[in-house]
Write a protein that binds this ligand. Structure first.
Ligand code: SF4
Length: 390
């Protein structure tokens, strides 16, 4: 995630709740991509640092836990830059120029200087961020699919240029031989699946086969799998997008909630700020007087009820509005309460971190160390493949 500073309800429902769930299902790496922020705003450094801190507090408050997931700042894992550099040697220029969001941003952001080498290369930096962990899946929104596809293309090209089937077979055989007799049957199945299927499918089959082996310890399974993954054609596995449910969270003006639109309720807005923002919200413009019936579908308040209120309250608001049975302030009251109640536990958790910036810094530093341990292994594989592992 780019360091956006304080996060709002849109981030919470669209991303963070999903992460909190995923951290118990996968080995997760959540990265604050501060270098990416500089690719579109090279002068924004001081603000980036502030934003990193505030965003980390919001992650923690939302329930992203350093004991379940690795959370870190991209620039504290300099191996991302090395991998980016090495992958840049094999990345055709035309691939970068055709990435859709590159073109869109280039046109949209004309007030910024985007004619830089850093901005052109940011999709590759993002690919390096993913491939550094030889990630299986990346939780993204649909708008990010071209970037995942780009990362897959880069991995495929790298594997094509530097991987070889003989390497895979020799290394897989050697690894499985270490398992003794119990490995021979497994090896023939793996070999078959590898020959019959493409890279990623074979890898998935390998994982499934290994998981099935009751007689092989979990540790052996992991070691063997890691070995297969880093061998032969599968130097860099192609990542898959993990598309979650991303509900559209509407903002105070009825449009999509976004910081730049000034229509957000931030996760750490005080109860009074939340109340003030909702009380000032526009309503159905055709409902001028209290006794005029309104049309909820024309009202941003009703849209917010859909995101945050119970079905019962939504029905009450809809009927009361159409029959002029309730006034707009009356209609807003349960919405204010619902959002205040939803954010209260999160704000409670944030207090510790707000009062203890050193704790936040140490969580990120520890996360960076864990991340570096992972990425160093990938870089050994990559340097070895490219012939520069001295
Ligand atoms: Fe909007 Fe509720 Fe007023 Fe209807 S009653 S216009 S839904 S705020």
């Amino acid at each position: 995630m780019r360091p956006n500073g304080r996060l709002h309800l849109g981030h919470y429902h669209g991303v963070l709740k999903n992460w909190v769930r995923l951290q118990h299902e996968y080995q997760c790496f959540f990265c604050i991509v501060d270098w990416h922020a500089l690719t579109t705003d090279y002068a924004g450094g001081p603000e980036v640092a502030r934003n990193v801190h505030e965003m980390t507090i919001d992650w923690l408050a939302a329930g992203v836990s350093p004991s379940s997931a690795t959370m870190f700042i991209q620039s504290q894992v300099p191996e991302h830059a090395e991998l980016h550099l090495l992958l840049s040697m094999i990345c055709p220029l035309s691939w970068l120029e055709r990435v859709p969001s590159y073109k869109e941003l280039e046109l949209d952001g004309q007030h910024k200087d985007l004619s830089t080498y850093g901005f052109l290369g940011y999709p590759l930096l993002q690919a390096a961020d993913i491939l550094a962990y030889r990630a299986g899946v990346v939780p993204v929104g649909a708008d990010q699919l071209p970037h995942i596809e780009f990362a897959r293309d880069v991995a495929r090209r790298f594997n094509h240029l530097y991987g070889s089937e003989e390497d895979f077979e020799a290394k897989a055989e050697a690894a499985i031989r270490k398992l003794g007799k119990r490995g021979s049957k497994l090896y023939s199945s793996l070999r078959k699946s590898y020959q019959e299927q493409g890279d990623l499918e074979a890898l998935n089959t390998a994982r499934a086969l290994l998981k099935d082996q009751q007689t092989i310890t979990l540790g052996d399974q992991e070691r063997l799998f890691g070995y297969l993954e880093g061998s032969g054609k599968l130097l860099l596995p192609e990542p898959q997008a993990l598309l979650g449910d991303t509900p559209k969270v509407s903002g105070l003006d009825g449009g999509k909630m976004s910081k730049s639109s000034g229509n957000s309720i931030f996760l750490r807005d005080t109860p009074a700020e939340i109340e003030g923002k909702i009380r000032r919200m526009p309503t159905d413009p055709a409902r001028v007087h209290r006794h005029d019936p309104g049309e909820p579908t024309q009202c941003p308040v009703w849209q917010m009820h859909q995101n945050h209120s119970s079905d019962e309250i939504c029905r009450w608001s809809e009927e009361g509005c159409r029959s002029a049975g309730i006034g707009c302030l009356e209609c807003k009251a349960p919405l204010i309460e619902a959002i205040q109640t939803e954010l209260a536990p999160l704000q409670e958790r944030a207090i510790d971190y707000e009062q203890n910036p050193d704790l936040v810094r140490s969580i990120l530093a520890e996360g960076a160390e864990q991340a570096r341990d992972e990425v160093r292994e990938t870089l050994v594989v990559v340097r070895q493949a490219m012939g520069i592992n001295y």
